[in-house]
Design a protein around this ligand. Structure first.
Ligand code: FAD
Length: 414
């Protein structure tokens, strides 16, 4: 059952390149496939660059349905659902809502915590081993809140994070101004979350990991993979009409991963969740911390390409075009949050996150064939969890099933 040659990874986003590096580093023959250049086509290149190590809760939580209705009602609200996509999204939404309470919420929090707890250290290790240590820095995140009431409502969650080892400090309005002089004075207060970090440029991270993987012999094929077929001789990958046989194949194809699973006969309910941002290359201002605008579903970061601000969650399907109007709104909000921002030469970007209904990625051996694996569904945290993902996947591929048990595809295939 294990003939064929080496490991194929389908998808050269942050997840695929981090894993490619770790496998190549220990001497495996790795072939990385992507329809585009590494990191180019998915969200891995243009994200906000946060290593959000203290974000241990799933996105769904008690009261989410009510909150979602409020968000949908506002044109500047962070949640958008295309009504035409609603029937397709319905089963995903049902699982999402169920994740928001009771044992489902606790199970998702436990699984996410496994990724978050060691992620800063794992990222430092990964970047050091790949020769790019200068592309990461440890720095607390600053969450800012619009009103004392919203800050107060967040206290319980911060308390629970602190109890789990993710310390934070509450910050009064005056101190906010000292910490972030460029920020509007409208925010009521904030929280410094100490277990956090940021990269210098998400695209440069993908490039660095890719080059490091190549330095250890990984091969890149720029081609769209059409089919994966398990056979006696190995697992056959068909790309651009050419077949290659591998001993093992990992699907790390972002929002397209579910298509491969469906064709192989297993359920992997990853959906495309759009996010929008604007980068200001000469912003005149900078922020000292990765910022989270807690009441707006937005974040901001000073990155090497400039000041980046954006976020939001749009459910409209994998092939839906992005909406320029959303960028217009984000640009307007940016000017409100940073009154001295110079918008010259702004760069607008949008990407589709591969999102699971329980906010927990699938790091799993396939049920259909033991030589097939999945590393996908990282939603809002693909960069944050990439280093831990590579560690867990290599353990799983070595036969340590327990290491990846909380992330198994079996939870959707009972
Ligand atoms: C606005 C925004 C901000 C974000 N901010 C952050 C952040 O601050 N921190 C964080 O941790 N995360 C953040 N994220 C999320 C993060 O970007 C994603 O979780 C991550 O990029 C997913 O990586 P991936 O490798 O799984 O998928 P992708 O980047 O989508 O990579 C998958 C690759 O598979 C390839 N592929 C698909 N199908 C095929 C095929 N048939 N043949 C060949 N190749 C194929 C695609 O071309 C693609 O390159 C953000 C996302 C958005 C949209």
């Amino acid at each position: 059952m294990t003939s064929g040659n080496g490991v194929a990874i389908i998808g050269a986003g942050i997840v695929g390149t981090a894993l490619a590096f770790r496998l190549a580093q220990r001497g495996e023959a790795v072939t990385l496939f992507d329809a585009g250049a590494p990191g180019e086509l998915g969200p891995s290149r243009g994200n906000a660059g946060h290593i959000a190590a203290s974000d241990i809760f799933p996105l769904s939580h008690p009261g989410i349905a009510f909150e979602a209705l409020g968000m949908l009602a506002k044109s500047d609200g962070p949640l958008k659902i295309d009504p035409r996509y609603l029937p397709t999204l319905a089963p995903w939404l049902a699982t999402f809502l169920r994740t928001g309470s009771g044992k489902h919420f606790e199970a998702a929090t436990r699984a996410i915590s496994i990724l978050c707890d060691g992620t800063v250290a794992a990222t430092e290790r990964l970047f050091a081993d790949a020769g790019i240590p200068d592309r990461f820095r440890k720095v607390p995140a600053l969450y800012v809140y619009d009103s004392p009431a919203s800050l107060d409502a967040a206290r319980a969650g911060w308390g629970r994070k602190a109890a789990a080892g993710h310390a934070s400090t509450f910050v009064e309005q005056n101190r906010l101004r000292e910490l972030e002089p460029a920020l509007s004075h409208a925010f009521a207060g904030g929280v410094l979350s100490h277990h956090w970090g940021q990269v210098s440029d998400p695209k440069a991270v993908v490039d660095g990991l890719f080059e490091a993987a190549r330095g250890h012999g990984a091969v890149f094929r720029q081609a769209r993979v059409e089919e994966i077929t398990p056979s006696e001789a190995g697992v056959v990958v068909r790309a651009a009409g050419r077949d290659q046989t591998f001993s093992r194949v990992v699907v790390a194809a972002g929002i397209r991963s579910g298509d491969f699973a469906a064709r192989l006969g297993e359920k992997l309910p990853v959906t495309a969740e759009g996010g929008y941002n604007v980068t200001y290359p000469s912003p005149f201002i900078a922020v000292n911390h990765p910022l989270v605008f807690a009441d707006h579903g937005m974040v901001s970061t000073s990155l090497r390409p400039g000041l980046r601000i954006g976020g939001w969650a749009e459910y409209a399907g994998p092939d839906a075009p992005f909406r320029p109007a959303y960028h217009d709104r984000i640009a307007r909000i940016a000017k409100r949050f940073f009154p001295r921002l110079d918008p010259r030469d702004e760069i607008r970007w949008a990407g589709k996150r591969p999102s699971m209904p329980d906010s927990t990625p699938v790091l799993s051996r396939s049920i259909v064939d033991p030589r097939l694996f999945y590393a996908t569904g990282h939603g809002h945290y693909g960069l944050t969890w990439s280093a831990r993902t590579a560690e867990i996947m290599t353990a799983l591929m070595d036969g340590d099933e327990a290491a990846a048990a909380p992330f198994s595809i079996r939870r959707f295939n009972r």
